[in-house]
Write a protein that binds this ligand. Structure first.
Ligand SMILES: [Zn+2]
Length: 111
């Protein structure tokens, strides 16, 4: 025991407040389950132009959860998939997932 300060690597991590992946199937504004890009993708799929498991969406954000003042071997990477509600036009998150990634060191490349 004792105070390990910033180096408490052997302590169990606190239980997560969120259970990933998160799915948001309905619009919080109008309640529609349709989104624009996913609907266009569904129509392309019905025409046989797109694979069954290909996910279609408007935009994806990847956010690295990183404290630049600390050294970390792996950090949480949050991926959020956004689409536009087909019912009311609201840009909304339809899916979010969390993975662990290795921070890229700023090393000289190609030397
Ligand atoms: Zn809506």
């Amino acid at each position: 025991m004792g105070d390990n300060g910033d180096f408490a690597i052997n302590e169990p991590e606190p239980k997560s407040l969120l259970e990933f992946p998160l799915d948001f199937p309905t619009c919080g504004v109008c309640g529609s389950t349709r989104t624009v890009a996913a609907t266009v993708g569904e129509e392309e799929r019905q025409k046989g132009k797109m694979g069954k498991d290909t996910m279609v969406f408007m935009h994806q954000f990847n956010s690295i959860i990183l404290d630049p003042t600390r050294v970390a071997l792996s950090v949480p990477v949050l991926s959020s998939i956004l689409d536009i509600c087909a019912g009311c036009g609201t840009v909304r998150c339809v899916h979010a997932e969390l993975s662990m990634g290795i921070p890229q060191l700023q090393k000289g490349r190609g030397r």
